[in-house]
Write a protein that binds this ligand. Structure first.
Ligand SMILES: Cc1cc2nc3c(=O)[nH]c(=O)nc-3n(C[C@H](O)[C@H](O)[C@H](O)COP(=O)(O)O)c2cc1C
Length: 459
C-alpha cells in the first residue's frame, strides 16, 4: 500500500490554516481564498503534478480559549474566517478528471440524514471522487453557537459519531439497490419501488425509519477518513475509517501509533492494512538545500507566537497563556482534543516540550514536522517516514499559501517519480481507486458498512 506514496495537499477554505503570521509574507495568496478561480487553478496544478487529492480541514467553532478570548485568533486569522469547503468542490471537480477531494464534516451538530445526502450529491457530481473526514469537534463555543449549552464529553462524542456514521452507511449502502433506477418508459416507471428499502434505524441518538434521498453514486459511500488519535479516536478509525491522518512529531512516535492502529483494526475484524495512514508534513523546498534553508529562515521571521498559541489553546482546551512558556508541558486531560496534547506530552520520548517550543514548532505547518531541503533531501526524508514511521503517504501542509505546494510540484515531485515513489500519471478513476487500486470504487467487503449492502443486494 505504501508505493506509490499517496500525496494530498492539505488546505482550508480560509486565509490561514496551520501556519501563524505567514499570511503577511509577500508571496502568500491567502486573501484569494474567496475567489473560485484561485481554487480551480490550484486543482489543476495538483492534478497536473499527479497528486491523489486535496484535503480540506474545517472547523465549526473558533479558537477562543487563549487569553479567554477570540481576539488573538482574529488578529492572526487563525482558522477564521472559515468558509464551508464543500461549496468549492463542484468547480474544482469540473476542472479536473481524477483529483480526489477530502472534505471535513463534523458529526457534532448536524444530522446524519442531511450529511448522507450532502456526500451522495458530492460523490455524484465528482464522479466518485469524494472522501469524508469524520471529526467530532472539540470546542465549547461550537456547541453554544449551535444552540447546545455544553458539548458532549470526549468519549461520548465518539460514541455519538459511531452511530452517526453507521446511519450514513445504512443509507449509502443499504437503501437503494444498484439496479433500482430502471427508467422504463413503457411501464412509466423511473424507479423500481421493490429495490428501494427503508433502513429502519432506531438508536441512542437518531431515528431514521425511511429511505435515502439519493440514488447510489459511483462510490456509494465516500472514502471515510478519520483524524482523532486518542484511544476512542483509534477505536473509531479501526471500526470505520479507510484512511487516517496523523501529525506525529517523530517517526518513532508515529510507528508506535501505527502499530496501535493496526492492532485495533485486526481486533475490529478487518485486515491489518485496510486503513491507509497519511502523515501531515510541511515541505519547504527549492532547487538546493541552501536555498530551501534560506526560504525557511525567511518564513520563520513572520511567525506569530500569539497566533500559534491561539490555535493550540483552541485544539487542546488549555489556555497556554496560563502556563510558564519555559516549563515543559505536563500530561493533562481536557474535554477538547487529546491528540494534540498527547503528541507533545506522551508520544514523543525524545523530547520534553515547553509552550515556547510548541509555538515555534506549530507556527509553520501546525503540529506536523517541517522538512526543509532540495529535491534529494526531501525525497530521502519522505522515504524514511514511510520506511520507519509506517506512513502510506502524506498530507502536505504549507506555510506560504499556494507557493509551497507549487514548489513541491516543481522540485520534489520529479525526484519522487524518478525513484518510483509517486505515480507518474494523474489518477483517472474514483478516490477509492486512487487509494486502493483500480476496480475498488466501492467499500471493501470487510468494511463494516458492506454488511448493509450484503443484507439488501445479492452479492
Ligand atoms: C491531524 C488532525 C487533524 C484534525 N483536523 C480536524 C479538522 O479539520 N476539523 C475538526 O473539527 N477537527 C479536526 N481534528 C480533531 C479531531 O478529529 C477530533 O475531533 C479531536 O482531535 C478530538 O479527538 P482526539 O481526542 O481523538 O484527538 C483533527 C485532529 C487531528 C489529530
Amino acid at each position: 500500500m505504501s508505493t506509490p506514496m499517496k500525496i494530498f495537499a492539505f488546505d482550508y477554505s480560509g486565509p490561514a490554516h496551520l501556519s501563524s503570521g505567514i499570511w503577511r509574507h509577500p508571496a502568500d495568496r491567502s486573501a484569494e481564498y474567496k475567489n473560485i478561480d484561485y481554487w480551480v487553478d490550484y486543482a489543476k496544478l495538483l492534478e497536473g503534478a499527479c497528486f491523489d487529492g486535496i484535503f480540506f480541514a474545517d472547523n465549526i467553532g473558533y479558537h477562543d480559549v487563549y487569553k479567554g478570548s477570540v481576539d488573538e485568533a482574529l488578529r492572526d486569522a487563525a482558522q477564521i474566517p472559515a468558509n464551508d469547503p464543500a461549496y468549492l468542490i463542484p468547480a474544482m471537480a469540473a476542472a479536473t478528471k481524477g483529483l480526489g477531494f477530502g472534505v471535513t464534516s463534523s458529526t457534532a451538530y448536524d444530522h446524519p440524514y442531511a450529511i448522507a445526502r450532502k456526500f451522495s450529491t458530492l460523490d455524484h457530481i465528482t464522479k466518485g471522487r469524494i472522501g469524508w473526514n469524520v471529526v467530532t469537534s472539540y470546542s465549547d463555543i461550537a456547541a453554544k453557537n449551535h444552540s447546545v449549552s455544553k458539548q458532549r464529553s470526549h468519549d461520548d462524542r465518539y460514541a455519538h459519531a459511531e452511530e452517526f456514521v453507521d446511519v450514513c452507511l445504512k443509507l449509502w449502502e443499504g437503501s437503494w439497490e444498484d439496479d433500482a433506477v430502471i427508467r422504463d418508459t413503457d411501464a412509466c416507471t423511473y424507479i423500481d419501488p421493490s429495490k428501494v428499502h427503508t433502513i429502519d434505524h432506531v438508536g441512542e441518538n437518531f431515528s431514521v425509519p425511511g429511505i435515502h434521498l439519493c440514488e447510489p453514486s459511483l462510490q456509494r459511500s465516500p472514502v471515510i477518513f478519520q483524524a482523532g488519535g486518542s484511544r476512542k479516536g483509534v477505536e473509531l478509525a479501526a471500526a470505520t475509517a479507510e484512511a487516517v491522518f496523523m501529525n506525529s512529531t517523530s517517526k518513532a512516535s508515529m510507528k508506535k501509533w501505527v502499530d496501535t492502529l493496526r492492532a485495533a483494526t485486526i481486533a475490529a475484524g478487518r485486515e491489518e492494512n485496510s486503513v491507509a495512514v497519511l502523515q501531515m508534513v510541511t515541505v519547504i523546498s527549492a532547487a538546493t538545500d541552501e536555498e530551501a534553508q534560506a526560504k525557511y529562515e525567511d518564513y520563520l521571521s513572520y511567525v506569530s507566537y500569539d497566533g500559534a498559541m491561539a490555535r493550540y489553546s483552541g485544539w487542546t482546551g488549555l489556555d497556554m497563556q496560563q502556563l510558564d512558556p519555559d516549563v515543559p508541558l505536563e500530561d493533562v486531560k481536557t474535554n477538547a482534543g487529546q491528540t494534540q496534547l498527547n503528541i507533545f506530552t506522551k508520544m514523543d520520548a525524545e523530547k520534553k516540550w515547553t509552550p515556547r517550543d510548541i509555538a515555534e514548532y506549530i507556527g509553520i505547518g501546525g503540529a506536523g514536522p517541517v522538512i526543509v531541503g532540495g529535491p534529494q533531501t526531501v525525497a530521502d526524508e519522505l522515504e524514511s517516514w514511510v520506511a520507519e514511521g509506517g506512513a502510506d503517504g502524506f498530507n502536505l501542509s504549507h506555510a506560504v499559501k499556494y507557493q509551497d505546494i507549487k514548489d513541491f510540484t516543481e522540485f520534489v515531485v520529479p525526484e519522487l517519480q524518478k525513484r518510483g515513489l509517486m505515480r507518474t500519471e494523474p489518477n483517472v478513476g474514483t478516490l477509492r481507486e486512487s487509494l486502493f487500486g483500480e476496480g475498488n470504487s466501492r467499500l471493501p467487503k470487510n468494511h463494516p458498512g458492506a454488511r448493509y449492502r450484503a443484507a439488501r443486494v445479492p452479492a
